[in-house]
Every structure is written in structure tokens, then in C-alpha cells.
Design a protein around this ligand. Sequence first.
Ligand SMILES: Cc1cc2nc3c(=O)[nH]c(=O)nc-3n(C[C@H](O)[C@H](O)[C@H](O)COP(=O)(O)OP(=O)(O)OC[C@H]3O[C@@H](n4cnc5c(N)ncnc54)[C@H](O)[C@@H]3O)c2cc1C
Length: 444
Amino acid sequence: MQKKYDVIIAGAGPAGLMTAQVLGERGARVLLVDMKKDIARVYRACCANLIIEPGTHRELVTYAGGAFHFAENKFSIPYGGSIIALKRSVKVSAGGKTLIISGKSPEGNVALSFEKEILLQGMLAKAAACSTIEIMPETQALRAENTADGVAVTLRYGGRECAAVSRIAVAADGVNSSIVESLGLNKTRRTAFGRFMVASCHMAGVDCPYPESWVTFMGKGHTLGGRGQIYMCPKPHSGAKDTVVYELTVGVPALGPPTPSAKQELDHFINQGNFASWFKHARIIDTRAAALNFATPLIHPVEGNVVVVGDAAAFIETYVQGAIMYGYQAAHAIAQQLATGSGLDAYARSWKHSFEYNDPEEIKLSTQGFGLHVLDDGDIDYLFGLTAGDDIHGFVNEFSEPMTVRGAIFNHMAQIKNERPALAGMLERFGEVSVKDALQVGSS
Ligand SMILES: Cc1cc2nc3c(=O)[nH]c(=O)nc-3n(C[C@H](O)[C@H](O)[C@H](O)COP(=O)(O)OP(=O)(O)OC[C@H]3O[C@@H](n4cnc5c(N)ncnc54)[C@H](O)[C@@H]3O)c2cc1C
């Protein structure tokens, strides 16, 4: 007879691992599958900054004493790696002007840079130590189907397809979730905006003049195709505390006019870009990539007996900490459902209420701020130049940072109106820019 699990979890990233751990601790029989062979190895681009702004996803996440602490949800998870405190967020225009945001946390930080691989190793070890959790690496979850008394999940392992059954299934298979697609939810509950391709590399030997900073290169002149955005951030690497490794990340829209690939943009920026001198002594020690389909979030993240957790339910991302937090919440709701026949609504309510992008206005606001880089390079040079010497404070956070940047620029509006009235008019009309135009993704 086929074995029936309480819960099958597709995907063992931060969301799936946290869901598995909590359910295992509560005695549920869990099957956790992931298509990777080495589950803790990170191949997908992720800047891995802990977002420390209070209220992010209605939570405050901090690091202290070898653990990440979730104040509102009242739980902690161990993190055995190093942390690099980021003191500034530095926006660099194509002409080398900067807009500098200093950290607003009590310690003067904008964010904390951590090593995702070490975090995943710790989470995986906890799940593996739980006797009720069965872990299957190299196993792809292809689809899920609600049945009268649970879910049938089709898996591919060793080139062969097989079915596994459970009372509840969890889609924690990331932003391009196969499970969500198989349930038809991308068609019935989401609006697609486009696709971004991302390439990133970890480099030693970078001569970055802005230490302890999250650096964003803004403006068309940074890239060959004049689209997309480039980020750079110091990262703890392979557990070492003393080597400074920088991660450089480029994202380019995959739809719209033909454009150089993310990899070509990365190579160009390092070798011929306006700041190539920073990379003269650099050595690439790791490369990563990601494909991101941007679609509105699943405002209701439950479909029958399938619960969608983490990026699988999100617009762009929940962040690592959000994936963990929603995994924690979903697991408690599932345990309640298994015990009493109801409980999933509590998770759905919490998700709806706390994930910012469930409010369409937040999608507009954050992408419009992100879209500042669509201005001409000369205008960005000019605007950043105006902010020289300003005391600007904030956090790295895709929800608030665009507003911090916009606020810093709008403080100089009287001067802008006087000196560049056309640009002032454009800035004031920023609220009218569509999400697709702000993301430069063209039509899908
Ligand atoms: C360029 C970039 C920068 C980012 N920067 C940050 C940052 O600074 N800070 C931050 O907190 N977050 C950042 N993120 C977001 C962060 O990476 C995600 O929000 C987070 O990892 C989501 O966790 P998850 O578990 O939901 O999904 P994922 O981390 O994507 O994990 C999904 C897991 O499912 C597996 N999987 C996928 N499909 C299947 C399948 N069909 N069958 C079986 N297994 C499958 C994958 O192998 C993976 O292990 C960034 C993301 C990108 C792309």
C-alpha cells in the first residue's frame, strides 16, 4: 500500500525547511523534496541581506548571539555564520555622483549581510535530525492535485515519475513554482508583469571605495543595453570572517526589445564599465543566476489542501526572512488543520495582512521608485549631486528605500524647478509611471 504522509513539502529553501522543521517538531510525518542534490548549496542569485527595518512584513528581525530573532512571531533560528553590518546604502550614477543613505537602526545599520549557505546548512541539519521528516534530494515536484481526502503530488526522481500522497501539500518551490502553475493559479489569481534574468558573481580583490555599504549603480550608462540595475555588496564567504568578498548582481528584463544577457552585462561592467578600475585586481570565486517571473502575489495562498509559502506566493520575493516567517506561520496553521480539521485560514489571513505587495499600491510605489534609473544619466548625475552633504537616513528595503531616495531628491524640488523645470515635471509625474514601464519589462 502507498505510504501516506501528513504533509509533502515541495522545495527545501528557507520556506520549505522552516515549514518542515516546525511540523516535524509537532510530530507530523513529512516528506520534504528538493530538486537539488546538495540542498544547502546556493546556485540561485540572492544578495542575502537581512532586512532590519521594523515593520517589514509586520515583523522585526534582528541578529544577536548567533541567531536571527523574530520579535513579533516570537521565535529564533540559529545562524552559525558571520555577519557584515552594512552602514550605508550608496547609489552611484553613471557619472560617479552618489546619493548616500546612512543606517537608521539603533546601531547605525542599513542592513546585515549574511551567508545564505550557512543559514541553509543549519536549517537542513535541524530538519534532518527530526525522525518524522523524510528528505528526498534530487527530486522534482511536478504537480499537485487536490483529492477527496488530501493531495496527490507527482514527483520525478532518477528520471522516473511517481506519485506521493498526503493530507496537505506545501508549495515552497520558489518564485517560479511548478505547483502553483499546475493548479492553474497563475492564470486564475495572478497578473504577470514580465521576467527578469539575473547573473551574479562573488569576487575577491575588489577595490571598492565604499566599504560596509550596499552599492547600487543607477542609470542607463552602467549597462550595455541601457536597462536593468546593478548591485554590489560585501559578503561573508565560506565561513571566513576576514576575507572581503563582494557580490556583484545584474538583473535585466527578459522581455521587450532584444537586450544583452545578464552575463554579458556583468562581464561588460567588470571589464569595460565606468567603474572597471574597481575590478582590476578582482578574482571571480563563485557565480550564480536566477530567472524571476514577476506576477502579482497570490492574495489567497491556499487552494484546497495545498498551502503556498514563501516566494511561491509572492510578487518578486518575500526575502529569506519572510520565507522563514511564513514557513513558521504556515506550519503552525497546518498542524492545527491536521489536528482539528481547520486552521489554514489563520495562515491565509496573516499572509494577506502582512505581505506588503498584497496591496496593489505597494507594487506601484516600490517599482516607481526602483524606476528612477530610467531617467537620463545626466539627470541622475544632477539629482545625486544635489544631495551631496545631505544627512539621509534609511534602510535597505524595497518597500521604503525608493521613498527615502525620492524624499531626498524632492527636498531639492525648488532648486530643480528653477534649474531644470522639465525634469521637475517628470519627477512630479512619477506617480503616473506604470509598473511595466518602471520595471522596463515591456509587454509580455
Ligand atoms: C537577485 C536577488 C537578490 C535577492 N536579495 C535578497 C536579499 O538581499 N535578502 C533577502 O532576504 N532575500 C533576497 N532575495 C530573495 C530571496 O532569495 C528569496 O525571497 C528567498 O530565498 C525565498 O525563499 P523560498 O524558500 O520561498 O524560495 P527559494 O529560496 O527559491 O527556494 C526554493 C527551493 O525549491 C527548490 N525547487 C524549486 N522548484 C522545485 C521543484 N519543482 N521541485 C523540487 N524543488 C524545487 C529549489 O531548489 C529551492 O531549494 C533575493 C532574490 C534575488 C533573485
